[in-house]
Design a protein around this ligand. Sequence first.
Ligand SMILES: NC(=O)c1ccc[n+]([C@@H]2O[C@H](COP(=O)([O-])OP(=O)(O)OC[C@H]3O[C@@H](n4cnc5c(N)ncnc54)[C@H](O)[C@@H]3O)[C@@H](O)[C@H]2O)c1
Length: 622
Amino acid sequence: MKIGRHLKLEIYGESHAPQIGMRLEGFPSGVHVDSAALQSFMERRAPGRDAFSTARKEPDVPEFKSGIKSGSTTGAPIEATILNTDTRSGDYEKTVPRPGHADYPNWVKTGRIPPGGGANSGRMTAAMCIAGGLCLQALERRGIKVEAKVEKVGDILSAKAEGDSVGGVIAATVVGLPVGLGGAMFDGLDGAIAQAIFGIPGVKGIEFGNGFKSADLLGSENNDAFAVEDGRVVTLTNRHGGILGGMTSGMPLEFRVAMKPTPSIYKPQQSVDLSTMAPTTLQIRGRHDPCIALRAVPVVEALAAFCVLDAIVADESGIEFRSVGDGEGLENIVIDENVARLYPKLAAKAICVVPSGEEHKTIDTVAKLWSAFARAGLGRKDCVTAIGGGVTGDLTGFAAATFMRGIDWVNVPTTLLSMVDASYGGKTACDLAEGKNLAGAFHPPRKVIVDAGFLETLPLRELRSGRAEMIKHEIIGGKVSPGRLDATPTADEIRANVAVKVGIVKRDPLEKTGERMKLNCGHTVAHVIETATEYAVSHGEAVAIGCVEEARFAERLGLASPGWAEELRARFAMAGLPTELPEGMTFDSLKPLMKGDKKREGATVVFALPCGWGDVRPANMV
Ligand SMILES: NC(=O)c1ccc[n+]([C@@H]2O[C@H](COP(=O)([O-])OP(=O)(O)OC[C@H]3O[C@@H](n4cnc5c(N)ncnc54)[C@H](O)[C@@H]3O)[C@@H](O)[C@H]2O)c1
């Protein structure tokens, strides 16, 4: 029993077999696993806790066999099992199918009625909860929350007293999703969720937003009007349930699940003895929930989390979070000079060492790379690997884009700035005397390998520069990381932060819709600070100052509330970053230089102004 596209989940075992288990492939590496939180999530599903659930009592403690080391995921398949300790196979009929159960089709298909429903048993949902519990934790670190609750249920205790059962409706909501997750038609996130949810025994229906009710409405009654709120496109109502054409709309994802009444009831029921084909009256024994909807709530959360994470992993395919070791498997290495000194085993495999520093991000260095590629005998099918910060990545990517009209490249970022920002989106460039990044090409790397271990040797000033881009992503994504700003970020923090840029780049790869423009937030001012100081102010430092200056400009234009620029300044300052223009510079004195910015349109300077958390707006200055 398998599900998933990029993240793959397999559930195995049977209700009355010695154990059940799950194998989860493609789960991101470096995710810290909170075992206590996972256990309390498992307990929400576990039976025997109250009068509403079966008396079968099992602790449901997963035993992890692989994929987790020292409390974090390794990137290898995660496998876990749960022992079945409280089975009573004697309670089950061997030849009389229970009405409402899968017994009859199982008998025809396999020649037996498996005890306790076998692979169709609700017990299998415990394995789904192990996988889903891990997915929920990974999503929570990205600010995505999945919550389900029972919306409607019959009178459970009266039904139970009469040996009967009731069904119910579960309502689920996912908040904090980016826009555009999922895909068209068979790639839709709603389709994926529906398929997963139908894997829960007893599910008879699912609807998103208005669902079946929408069939009775007029278009004008069912559509959700668009509006702009705090610089973001929102809908004034959410009848579409946060999903349009299979893709998330940025509104809360809302769906409802119909659960049938538990088919195992204690009332006598008419059935057939399949061994004799004679009619018989069935009296079910054993321990059964009078309402399965209650315990299905965490399972709905688990599977929704799995599907959402699967869609996110699909978005981030091409990014690996792992150690590069001594460079095994990396081809034709181009390495930054300082990194080469610190990591001699990688340097020993290099075909070219790039001089460190923005002052070397020139066409001369690109020409040096072209020659190194030619000397190494590279052909059109070869691939080069950049190991270094944003400068090495931009230069190697540009040289790869133009060598033999384009060869592949892999990027191994070694600075925080390039781990969270410069490595994604395919922009490659070198600087000209007239300005930064003026010659370049769109040429995305085939793969980005993020090894957070490189941060151990990164000087503090460079670490802070990376923090500046992380805070820029917080502005764009509207979510502030709970991590400490003065500490080296964890792999989880990096991953969550990267998602902001990767999501935007996926939606607007060639800067056509205006979405990608948001990534230039603070950069119109930042770039001129860098050139005016001849790169004495680093890119990240310039971004911090640029964001604050542009936030102040937004306040002057009335686009941001008073106090916003100061709030932002305090956050950059907390990360140890400079927040004021260098001595002798003012916003006005930089204007002539801004007119040379490559985002200008004629004589108009174009800004992506930070106006609030999650609020970046285009603005022009003539
Ligand atoms: N392509 C894009 O989309 C994009 C986005 C943002 C920034 N950029 C570009 O990235 C550049 C800035 O990147 P950066 O901040 O990584 O600068 P960088 O590449 O110059 O690296 C900064 C310094 O850190 C050193 N270094 C790198 N890794 C190290 C490590 N692990 N240990 C010790 N020292 C290490 C380098 O030698 C260098 O001295 C700018 O040129 C900017 O324009 C590009």
